[in-house]
Write a protein that binds this ligand. Structure first.
Ligand code: SAM
Length: 266
């Protein structure tokens, strides 16, 4: 399917940098170079990326075990191991998933992985235009917004700058959730680490070529869940969200990538 897109292997790409941190092979020298620059600024970035991916898996297992059979995964990234539908279907084989991204590279890889699977779809849409995203034909075809559903915003909202009005974006998605629906999110926070995050974002901004400022505090991230009930343990370092096994590796669990799951009352 890659013939559908022209891949520019000279400009770093968000999804490929993340793939590099996860130990994947879908990345180029320009991605690895930028990833290494990020690691010099924040050596914990690789661990946080892996903890973030593990958080996503635990969230999907948790929600599937509680009866959720539909997921809208926004900012899905390059398909890797343990994609949402694979994790959910081990518990509930009939789970339906729509993967959304705005990166043609991601979409081409996801299309190739999912070809022929009628309960999974890939939608090209931009989180910055949530109404359009929700109206996407694949979203409407596969997901029933009157039944339990989870919207996943894992590792994406911090790419929205303040000029993208992230509070309004997330509110539009929250409003679309049915009672008993869930919102899951992970987000970097600047509390006590403003300088470090500023330098990391400067690196991203260099190739994203967008202005604005996406440094957010814990309180700001908490406000994204307004009107929803946080599932215990609430908003915590992603590695500390319902860990399933004690790790032998004593990680610094005070990282600055927080995650939470919240339920719409009703
Ligand atoms: N959600 C996955 C996870 O947590 O393992 C992957 C996260 S990856 C760090 C971020 C993804 O968000 C990338 O694939 C990127 O293309 C996508 N993305 C960034 N901004 C976006 C936007 N405005 N609309 C849709 N996707 C976006």
């Amino acid at each position: 399917m890659c013939e559908r897109v022209t891949i520019d292997d000279t400009i770093p790409n968000i999804a490929r940098i993340y793939d590099y941190f996860l130990g994947g092979t879908t990345n180029y020298p320009c991605d690895r170079e930028l990833a290494e620059q990020l690691l010099r600024v924040a050596p914990e970035a690789r661990t946080m990326a892996r903890d973030n991916r593990a958080f996503l898996g635990r969230v999907v297992r948790h929600l599937t075990a509680r009866g959720v059979r539909q997921f809208l995964d926004i900012g899905t990234g390059l398909p890797t191991q343990e994609n949402v539908h694979q994790v959910a279907r081990r518990i509930a084989p009939a789970t339906r998933v729509v993967y959304v991204d705005n990166d043609p590279v991601v979409l081409a890889h996801a299309d190739a992985l999912l070809a022929g699977d009628r309960a999974v779809a890939v939608a090209e849409a931009d989180l910055r235009r949530p109404a359009e995203l929700l109206a996407h034909p694949a979203v409407r075809r596969l997901l029933d917004f009157d039944r339990p559903l989870a919207i996943l915003l894992v590792g994406i909202v911090y790419f929205l700058t303040d000029t993208d009005r992230p509070s309004d974006v997330v509110a539009t998605l929250r409003d679309a959730l049915p009672p008993g629906g869930y919102l899951a999110m992970s987000h970097v926070v600047s509390d006590g680490r403003s300088d470090l995050l500023g330098r990391a974002q400067e690196l991203y901004r260099g190739f994203l070529r967008r202005g604005g400022d996406a440094r957010r505090t814990r309180a700001q991230v908490e406000s994204f869940f307004a009107g929803l009930e946080l599932v215990p343990p609430g908003l915590v370092y992603v590695g500390n969200w319902r860990p399933e096994a004690e790790t032998a590796d004593p990680l610094d669990r005070s990282g600055w990538l927080l995650g939470a799951v919240a339920r719409k009352p009703g």
